[in-house]
Design a protein around this ligand. Structure first.
Ligand SMILES: NC(=O)c1ccc[n+]([C@@H]2O[C@H](COP(=O)([O-])OP(=O)(O)OC[C@H]3O[C@@H](n4cnc5c(N)ncnc54)[C@H](O)[C@@H]3O)[C@@H](O)[C@H]2O)c1
Length: 303
C-alpha cells in the first residue's frame, strides 16, 4: 500500500514496484497529486488516509507493506496553520499506524525529511545529529518518527524511516522541497530570469526520485528497524545549480537576486553512509544527468 501514490514521489514508487512485480494499492485523495499510473495491477482508492474508509481497505486488501508518503508537505503552510499540519502529518500517521498494528503489516516505511535537522551549518549531517526543526512541518515529521518508533517498541511493528534531502525528477511540483530545479528549468527554457533569494551561496542536497524509489524497494527486503538519510551527500549552491541548468539552455538569461526568505535553511547536506551500510544503497544518478532528463520532461509537457 502506498499512501500518496498519485503524488510526485509516490507515482515513481508505484511504477518501480510494478516493475518489480509487486501488486500495488494506492490511497490518495488527489489533494496535490494526480499521476495515476496505468498498470493492470495498481488499485486506486480515492480517499483521505485519515478517514474511516481506510480501515475497509486494510480489511479488503490486507497489505503486507505500507509506504506512507501522503502528507501536508508545504513548510510555509505548516507555519501559517500548525493545527492543520499536525492533523494531517501526526494524527493521520497515527491512524495508519493503528491499522498497521491491527492488520499485522510486515513493515511501515515512512517519508521523513531533512527538515527534522533544522540549521546544522556546513558539512554532511548524519542521523545522530541533534534534531532541531525550524518549522512546524519539521516538528510534525519528527513527531511522526517518534510515534512510529513507539509503535514498534510497544507492538513490534517493523519500520524504516527515510529522511529525504531535496528530491527532484519528472512530475515534480515547484512547491515541494526540491522545487527550485523545475522552476529554474522552466524559466531558463523560456528565457525568463530565474530568481535567486539571497546571494545564491545557500546549498541543497539534491537526490533523484529514481534513487528514492530504489531505497524504498530495498527497505522492504530489510529486517532492521532504523532511520536513514537518503541523499546525494553533495552540497550544491543555488548559484552552481543555476550554472548547471544554464549550460543546457539554448539562450540562458541572468538570474535576478532578491532578499533572502525567512525560514530558509542555509546549508543542507546529508550524510548517506548509513543507507549504504544497512541497505547497500547508493545514489546512481548524477545531478547533471538528472537535470538533462528533467529539462526534456519539462519541454515534453510544454513547460
Ligand atoms: N519532495 C521532496 O523533496 C521531499 C523531501 C523530503 C520528504 N518528502 C516527503 O515525501 C512525501 C511525498 O512528497 P511529494 O513531494 O511526492 O509530495 P506530493 O504533494 O507530490 O505527494 C503527496 C501525495 O499525497 C496525497 N495526499 C495529501 N494529503 C492526503 C490525504 N489526506 N489523504 C490521501 N492522500 C493525500 C496528495 O494528493 C499527493 O498525491 C511527503 O511525505 C513529503 O513530506 C518529500
Amino acid at each position: 500500500m502506498i499512501t500518496g501514490g498519485c503524488g510526485f514521489i509516490g507515482s515513481h514508487l508505484t511504477e518501480y514496484f510494478i516493475k518489480m512485480n509487486y501488486s500495488v494499492i494506492v490511497i490518495d485523495n488527489l489533494r496535490s497529486g494526480n499521476f495515476k499510473i496505468k498498470a493492470p495491477n495498481v488499485k486506486y482508492y480515492e480517499i483521505d488516509y485519515r478517514s474511516k474508509k481506510v480501515d475497509q481497505v486494510f480489511k479488503l486488501e490486507a497489505p503486507d507493506y505500507v509506504i506512507h508518503l501522503a502528507a501536508q508537505i508545504d513548510v510555509k503552510s505548516s507555519n501559517d496553520d500548525p493545527l492543520y499540519d499536525a492533523n494531517m502529518n501526526i494524527i493521520g500517521t497515527i491512524n495508519l499506524l493503528q491499522l498497521c498494528k491491527i492488520h499485522n503489516v510486515k513493515r511501515f516505511v515512512f517519508a521523513s525529511t531533512s527538515a527534522v535537522y533544522g540549521n546544522q551549518g556546513q558539512g554532511p549531517v548524519n542521523e545522530t545529529a541533534k534534531l532541531q526543526p525550524i518549522s512546524f512541518y519539521g516538528v510534525s515529521k519528527l513527531s511522526s518518527e517518534l510515534y512510529i518508533q513507539q509503535f514498534s517498541h510497544q507492538f513490534s511493528l517493523p519500520y524504516t524511516i527515510f529522511r529525504y534531502s531535496n528530491v527532484y525528477g519528472p512530475r515534480q511540483r515547484s512547491d515541494n522541497e526540491g522545487g527550485v530545479i523545475p522552476i529554474f528549468v522552466k524559466n531558463l527554457n523560456k528565457g525568463i530570469h530565474p530568481i535567486i533569494f539571497g546571494d545564491g551561496s545557500q546549498t541543497r542536497d539534491f537526490i533523484h526520485v529514481h534513487d528514492v524509489a530504489h531505497a524504498n524497494y530495498l527497505a522492504l527486503q530489510s529486517e532492521e528497524n532504523t532511520i536513514m538519510n537518503i541523499s546525494s551527500n553533495h552540497s550544491t549552491s543555488i548559484t552552481d545549480l543555476y550554472e548547471i541548468i544554464s549550460k543546457i539552455c539554448d539562450e540562458p538569461v541572468e538570474p535576478i537576486y532578491e532578499i533572502q526568505r525567512s525560514g530558509d535553511i542555509l546549508f543542507s547536506q546529508l550524510d548517506n553512509i548509513k543507507a549504504f551500510e544497512k541497505l547497500g544503497w547508493r545514489p546512481q544518478k548524477s545531478l547533471e544527468e538528472g537535470i538533462i532528463e528533467m529539462s526534456k520532461y519539462v519541454k515534453s509537457i510544454g513547460g
